[in-house]
Design a protein around this ligand. Structure first.
Ligand SMILES: [Zn+2]
Ligand SMILES: [Zn+2]
Length: 53
């Protein structure tokens, strides 16, 4: 089972874990970062963070 880093806080979590991924640029953040950032992607102009696991 692989581990991948949150692209915001750089903590690593299981690939199978609960991620939020931007539907436009693919920016991937963990639960905690999503709680701070909200649904709007901070990396691109029009993307929205979608739940993904
Ligand atoms: Zn994070
Ligand atoms: Zn984005």
């Amino acid at each position: 089972m692989g581990f991948i880093p949150c692209q915001k806080c750089k903590q690593t979590f299981s690939k199978e874990w609960f991620w939020y991924v931007c539907d436009t640029c693919g920016f991937r953040v963990c639960h905690a970062c999503h709680a701070i950032q909200g649904r709007k992607c901070e990396e691109c102009a029009f993307g929205w963070m979608k739940e993904k696991n």
